[in-house]
Structure formats: structure tokens, C-alpha cells
Design a protein around this ligand. Structure first.
Ligand code: NAG
Ligand code: NAG
Ligand code: NAG
Ligand code: NAG
Length: 354
């Protein structure tokens, strides 16, 4: 209130008085606001440095950690999803399609089931939902890795089997990742210097299976209902010895770490990322897309041909050039193009080898 003692004073002045009073009030508020901001900021800095045992801010007052002003959505410097993401990528990348089969997502649409059964034209498949039920009595039913967020920085290496790994000495670099994905027959023993020695996930199907150590997750890509029956059998009774070719009847693997590639995700990779090129995606491409969905950064090793243009495995002598690119089922050129495009858009880092 502004009590003005001179009633004959021009109204204008009275108005000015009102204005001055309110300005004074506002100033108080402003002063308070500024004080409040200073206190909050100080407290924030304090709690921030307390969180960080290295007292980061005091040690490096002009350098904040990657996650602090990260424009992405994870704790790494570069994240799989960024705020200013490329439209080509965002049109395709769909985090709500989960890569691993669980009881919850095991009910396939008719479309997906029909496509998936068509892959290897299985005759008289067993009842899918009954097999899935038996499967999850043997292996854990867990929806893993779907924990993307500002706190997470999961670094992954996808290690293909190309001969271009020979002589690269990538081993230490590969082993420094949180997740290391290898596939099919890939050995590490004897090749550690170039390919590393750790494997957290080994991707395979019954016809390409090998024994694993206790710490590695077996990631099975099923192409038919029989493949799910095979993994149950291979971890228990060993009764299935044949699919369309003879297969290992038992497998050494930690059954608490066995994971199943979801047929729904499989079809999503084929439809969305390959736009139906080839008959179905290769193990390498399926592994890459798995990594892209569960990791924050993805490094790719051992994809593509070697520097002579030859396609062969790093553990084999190079005497069958071209044998792996044109198998008739995979469109290797198209897959490789998409892989290069992902690298162009900084979604993956390609280590091209020699
Ligand atoms: C992502 O996948 C979910 C689940 O399959 C689907 O409902 C949704 O439409 C997809 N989103 C896009 C943008 O394609
Ligand atoms: C598969 O088994 C489930 C449960 O036993 C049953 O409800 C379903 O009808 C069966 N499906 C087919 C195609 O036979
Ligand atoms: C493998 O790991 C499981 C637990 O995940 C354990 O029960 C089992 O004894 C281990 N086996 C070997 C051979 O170390
Ligand atoms: C790969 O990309 C190149 C250039 O972008 C294009 O010319 C070529 O046709 C593509 N190959 C396939 C198989 O799509």
C-alpha cells in the first residue's frame, strides 16, 4: 500500500509511487531469486562432486564429464540415440521391439510365425507355445539389457569372422569392451592377438554350434521350432542329433546364460533394416542389430572382405574367395551397404582390418 499524504497531487505521481513500491517488491523478489539460484547451484555442484569420488569439478573446473552435457541419451560421449538424430536412422530404429524371446513376447503374430516357419520350410512343426513353455523351464525367462538411460554406458564389440582380422592386433581393443559378441565357429584360442580372448555372447544356430565356457552367454538364433527343441535337448537329454544335417546332440554352455533371439526381432531386422533383401539376414547382420539395440556404442570388427577382396574366415587359409558373399540366402552386398551407412552416420565404428 502507498499512502499518499497530498490528495491534490497529480494522479500521475501517485501512480509513480505505486510503481516504485511494486518495483521495490519486485527487486526484493529478484534479489531473493538470485540468492536462491546461487545457493541451488552451489548445492548442486557440491552434491555433484560428492557423487564423483574423484572430485571431478575441483580437479578439472573447465572440463565436465561426458555425461554432463551429453546431447545423447546415455552415459557415453556418443550414444546410440542422440537428440539430433538422423531421420534415416530414427525411421528404422525401434527400441520397443525387444531382441530376446521371453514368455511375454513369445506370442507371435500369424504373419511373423508364417514368415519364420517359411525360412527353413519346416515340415510338421511342434506346437510353438508348448515348446516355448518347456524352453523357459530349462533356461531363464528374462528381458535383459533394455535399460538404456542417462546413467548407462555399455560399450560393445561385434566380432565377425572375416580374414581381414589377420595381423591387425585388435585383440586388446576388442577385449576392452563391456560386451563382446562372436558368432558361429569363431575360435579365439591361438588368435588372441588379433581377435581378443573374451567372449560375453556367442551367437549360433544348431548347425553352427560349438561348446562354450561357463561365463559366455549362448545366443541362439532359431530358424524353426525344432531349433528351440534342440537347445532344450542339447542342455538336457541330448536326444536330438539331427535337424536337416547332423548336429551336436549336447552342448557345453551355462544354461543360466542361454538367450534366444526373438523371431519377431528377426523379422523386424529383415523387413525394416534389409527391406527384404536376400532370403534372410546373415548371423553377422543379426548380431550387429542385436548390439545396436542393447548397447550405447558399437564397434564392428571382422566384417567384409580382406584387402585382396577375399571372403574367408580368419582361422582358415584363404583358398575359397567369394564363397561367403554369394551363398544365395543372404544379400551380403546390401547388408554391407547398410553396415557402411550406419558407420557413416556414426552409429557404429568400423574397424576394417587388413
Ligand atoms: C515399433 O514397434 C512397435 C512394436 O512392434 C510397434 O507397435 C510400433 O508401431 C513401432 N514403431 C514404429 C515407429 O515403427
Ligand atoms: C498349442 O498348444 C496350446 C496349449 O496346449 C493350445 O491352446 C493351442 O491350440 C495349440 N496350437 C495348435 C496350433 O495346435
Ligand atoms: C557355471 O556357473 C554356474 C552358475 O552360473 C554354476 O552353478 C556352475 O557350477 C558353474 N560350472 C562350472 C563348471 O564352473
Ligand atoms: C550400395 O551402395 C552403393 C552406393 O550407395 C550403390 O551404388 C549400390 O547399388 C548399393 N548396393 C546394393 C547391393 O544395394
Amino acid at each position: 500500500m502507498c499512502i499518499f499524504p497530498f490528495p491534490h497531487f497529480p494522479r500521475k505521481l501517485s501512480f509513480t509511487c505505486h510503481y516504485a513500491m511494486s518495483l521495490l517488491k519486485r527487486r526484493k523478489i529478484r534479489a531473493f531469486t538470485v540468492l536462491f539460484c546461487i545457493v541451488t547451484f552451489t548445492m548442486f555442484l557440491f552434491s555433484y562432486t560428492l557423487h564423483d569420488p574423484s572430485l571431478y569439478f575441483f580437479k578439472y573446473p573447465f572440463r565436465l564429464p561426458d555425461s554432463f552435457f551429453s546431447k545423447g541419451q546415455c552415459g557415453c560421449q556418443q550414444c546410440m540415440t542422440e537428440l539430433d538424430d538422423d531421420p534415416w536412422f530414427t525411421e528404422r530404429f525401434n527400441l520397443s521391439v525387444h531382441p530376446l524371446l521371453t514368455r511375454r513376447n513369445s506370442l507371435l503374430t500369424d504373419d511373423t510365425y508364417r514368415w519364420w516357419q517359411w525360412l527353413q520350410a519346416e515340415q510338421q512343426p511342434a506346437n510353438f507355445s508348448e515348446v516355448v513353455e518347456k524352453l523357459f523351464q530349462v533356461i531363464p525367462d528374462a528381458d535383459l539389457y533394455m535399460d538404456a538411460g542417462p546413467e548407462r554406458c555399455r560399450t560393445c564389440a561385434v566380432v565377425g569372422n572375416s580374414g581381414n582380422l589377420k595381423g591387425t592386433r585388435y585383440g586388446t581393443l576388442i577385449d576392452s569392451n563391456d560386451v563382446i559378441i562372436r558368432m558361429n565357429q569363431a575360435p579365439t584360442s591361438g588368435y588372441e592377438e588379433d581377435v581378443g580372448s573374451r567372449t560375453t555372447h556367442h551367437v549360433m544356430y544348431p548347425e553352427s554350434a560349438i561348446d562354450l565356457d561357463n561365463t559366455t552367454s549362448l545366443l541362439l538364433i532359431p530358424f524353426k521350432t525344432l531349433d528351440l527343441q534342440w537347445i532344450i535337448s542339447a542342455l538336457t537329454t541330448g536326444s536330438i542329433q539331427h535337424t536337416y544335417i547332423p548336429v551336436q546332440s549336447r552342448i557345453k554352455a551355462n544354461r543360466d546364460r542361454v538367450l534366444i533371439y526373438s523371431p519377431t526381432f528377426f523379422k523386424y531386422v529383415y523387413d525394416t533394416w534389409l527391406e527384404n533383401h536376400g532370403r534372410y539376414p546373415s548371423t553377422g547382420f543379426l548380431s550387429l542389430l542385436f548390439a545396436i539395440h542393447i548397447c550405447d556404442t558399437v564397434s564392428v570388427y571382422g566384417f567384409g572382405s580382406d584387402h585382396y577382396g577375399n571372403w574367408h574366415h580368419y582361422w582358415e587359409e584363404n583358398n575359397m574367395g567369394g564363397a561367403f558373399r554369394h551363398t544365395g540366402v543372404h544379400d551380403g552386398d546390401y547388408e554391407y551397404n547398410i553396415t557402411l551407412l550406419l558407420a557413416d552416420k556414426h552409429k557404429i565404428k568400423m574397424f576394417k582390418g587388413r
